[in-house]
Write a protein that binds this ligand. Structure first.
Ligand SMILES: C[S@@+](CC[C@H](N)C(=O)[O-])C[C@H]1O[C@@H](n2cnc3c(N)ncnc32)[C@H](O)[C@@H]1O
Length: 218
């Protein structure tokens, strides 16, 4: 599948205010900002074609929201896909999306900042995520979710983070014994979604990061 084709297919993914699921408000407390089809396609296409981390792999999506990253993984041939989100309404939309795309994805309603996910330990090769950035009342939640993803993933973790946090994350990756790579510098478009937004849209500089577990057994 070509990148442009994947992006075009993902345009049909419903986002947080879904008429079909009868939900009209995203929830700011969970930092619900959808990844655009443009970015989602590039993230998953790169993970698949450059790193071979998607096709035939078991892929987890942390903070899956409306499911766009899981759906992209599935379209690219993931062997198994599961999304985790704290918000049952988001899961409802994700489920509707996966039904209309006719893809098979499990969704788990859980708070990843406290869940142990024991049943998934060693079962997911790759974890992808666009986590809450921890800028509202939940400071630091991005790092809590990132550490959990690194603990659970068998091979690699892909995540989006504000470029301003790059040094801190690189230091943490060293501490956690995983590789750290800036795959791409992206512009994340935040549309006017919440009442406190004053501008039509704001662009945030984000890093698309890849972490890999270091195999010490050799
Ligand atoms: C920035 S949005 C990204 C949504 C989706 N992955 C996407 O790419 O469009 C972050 C998602 O994380 C979820 N979330 C926030 N805090 C969470 C937590 N503690 N545990 C699980 N999910 C959480 C939100 O409900 C939201 O769907």
């Amino acid at each position: 599948m070509k990148l442009k084709e994947l992006e075009s297919i993902l345009q049909d993914c419903d986002v947080f205010e879904s008429e079909r699921a009868k939900l009209d408000e995203p929830k700011i407390e969970f930092e619900q900002y959808p990844t655009t089809p443009h970015l989602a396609a590039r993230m998953l296409y790169t993970a698949d074609t450059v790193y071979d981390d998607i096709e035939d792999k078991a892929v987890g999506d942390f903070g899956s929201g409306c499911g766009i990253l899981s759906i992209a993984a599935n379209i690219l041939g993931a062997g198994y896909s599961v999304g985790f989100d704290i918000d049952p309404d988001a899961i409802k939309i994700a489920q509707e999306n996966s039904d209309s795309f006719d893809v098979n994805i499990d969704f788990v309603n859980t708070d990843l900042s406290v869940a142990t996910l024991d049943g998934f330990q060693g079962k997911l090769d790759t974890i992808i995520m666009n986590p809450p950035f921890g800028t509202k009342n939940n400071k630091g939640v991005d790092m809590v979710l990132l550490k959990k993803a690194i603990d659970i993933a068998g091979t690699s973790v892909y995540s989006l983070h504000k470029t301003s946090t790059r040094e801190h994350i690189e230091k943490k990756a060293k501490e956690w014994g995983v590789t750290f790579e800036v795959v791409a510098e992206l512009k994340f478009d935040v549309p006017m979604m919440y009442k406190f937004h004053k501008k039509k849209n704001v662009v945030i500089a984000v890093d698309f990061l890849r972490f890999e577990k270091i195999d010490n057994t050799e």
